[in-house]
Design a binder for this molecule. Structure first.
Ligand code: NAD
Length: 429
């Protein structure tokens, strides 16, 4: 399950679920219902390319569970996208919406494509084609998509436009992560990264560690990573290392500066996919290390904020003894084998579906505002977000302490119990 070639995120998500189902003593029917998606769609998206040829892309939408409300989850564009990845991510969305207690379920979507090699017009055609294939199975009351890896507010707007064209009306609550001014919410862009740091702040406080003066190493330099780095700096923390993908070399590198990276400086030499220009970074005085070096840094905090399967049996032992907290910005960055080691070492873990729930929480706020057609100030959004994240953190940490559970298990127990209860209350199982 964890070697690079055979890693299956869905098998991992199911293994995590099975363990908690056992802890909760769930009945067999509930287990069967929750360990598989309720519905899944796999479809072809034919596109006429700029050069006049045609290509057919594969798209997915998986609705894992909607007992607590409409399915909710992003759409990823990725060359290695697979149905199993989307299934895993959809399941994690069910737990994520439940752990932060918002009235939504779990879904996820994707398209196998590489936006690096697609023009904007071609990407627009993929977005519109994706919506045409599932327009009857998604919507403000059914399933509400959002941006994810390599999709943006622009992609969401094209998707909304296609949905509204098909259904003949204005449905801004169909999709979130829209541009501000066209149905988007202030605060949505920074919500996930900020949410990671709200929970990190609470965790450090719980551990009696002053945030000011702490150091972090971050994998990823995209949306989540940058906003986490920004807010962490405002708490007085210093990020000393970031890792990201290098498109030209088709590998990843870590960029280290012991005195701390300069967010604006690095942002200025980063492409639109979150890849840093290696030569310019070197000129600016960053050490360029191999892609795995981010995890070996002598820091207080590790923030994996790039992809799944990044902390695994092969590299978990290289985590430095100085590391006190791992805040999972990415979805599924840690494999069960690595989890066992992190737990054994007593490192405080902020599990993905709690730590990165800021995005979906703000998406929920966006949906509420879109449905009301009335929009809040940024401060109000972020205040509500902080309150939600802190309440979720407190609930999980209190259960973890009272039942002596690993943080991930405690978060799962709360989330799965809420979803199972909703299925029972509806009379499904
Ligand atoms: P993004 O596309 O903006 O950035 C991804 C970053 O990861 C880029 O800097 C890229 O260079 C880097 N990267 C890619 N492959 C890498 C590799 N092999 N090694 C090192 N770095 C690599 O994506 P994002 O929106 O920041 O999302 C990052 C993670 O957070 C994903 O797991 C995503 O599912 C999760 N997430 C995102 C949101 C959100 O609101 N954007 C919400 C919840 C969870």
């Amino acid at each position: 399950m964890t070697t690079a070639g055979s890693f299956n995120p869905f098998a991992m998500a199911q293994a995590q679920f099975d363990g908690v189902a056992e802890l909760l003593g769930l009945d067999e029917a509930t287990r069967q219902l929750l360990r598989e998606p309720l519905r899944e769609y796999s479809f072809a998206i034919p596109v006429r390319m700029d050069d006049g040829t045609h290509r057919v892309f594969r798209g997915f939408r998986v609705q894992h569970n909607d007992a607590r409300g409409a399915s909710k989850g992003g759409i990823r564009f990725h060359p290695q996208e697979s149905l199993d990845t989307v299934r895993a991510l959809a399941m994690w969305m069910s737990w994520k919406t439940a752990v932060v207690d918002i009235p939504l379920g779990g879904g996820k979507g994707g398209v196998i494509c590489d936006p690096h090699h697609l023009s904007l017009r071609e990407q627009e055609q993929i977005c519109r084609g994706w919506v045409r294939q599932v327009a009857r199975n998604v919507g403000p009351l059914l399933d509400v998509p959002a941006p994810d890896v390599m999709t943006s507010a622009q992609h969401m707007l094209w998707m909304l436009d296609e949905f509204e064209t098909i259904h003949g009306g204005k449905y801004p609550g169909f999709i979130t992560g829209k541009p501000v001014g066209l149905g988007g919410s202030l605060g949505r862009t920074e919500a996930t990264g900020y949410g990671v740091v709200y929970t990190l702040r609470d965790a450090l406080e719980r551990l009696g560690i002053e945030a000011r003066g702490t150091t972090a190493s971050v994998q990823g330099f995209g949306n989540v990573a940058r906003h986490a780095i920004e807010l962490f700096a405002r708490l007085g923390g210093t990020t000393v290392c970031v890792a990201c993908w290098d498109q030209a070399d088709q590998t990843s590198y870590s960029y280290r500066r012991a005195s701390g990276i300069d967010l604006d400086e690095l942002r200025g030499i980063t492409d639109r996919f979150g890849g840093i220009d290696r030569n310019k970074a070197r000129d600016l005085g960053y050490e360029v290390l191999d892609g795995g070096a981010w995890i070996e840094q002598q820091v207080d905090v590790l923030i994996p904020a790039a992809l799944e399967n990044q902390i695994n049996a092969d590299n978990v032992t290289s985590i430095a003894p100085s590391v006190k907290v791992i805040a999972e910005g990415a979805n599924g960055p840690t494999t069960p084998e690595a989890d066992a080691e992190i737990r054994r070492r007593g490192i405080f873990l902020l599990p993905d579906f709690l730590a990165n729930a800021g995005g979906v929480t703000c998406s929920y706020f966006e949906q509420v505002q879109s449905n009301m057609n009335y929009y809040w100030e940024r401060d109000e959004v972020l205040r509500r977000l902080d309150r939600k994240m802190t309440a979720a953190f407190e609930g999980v940490v209190e259960l973890a302490e009272s039942r002596k559970l690993y943080m991930r298990d405690a978060a799962y127990v709360i989330a799965i119990d809420r979803v199972a209860q909703a299925c029972h209350d509806r009379g499904w199982v």
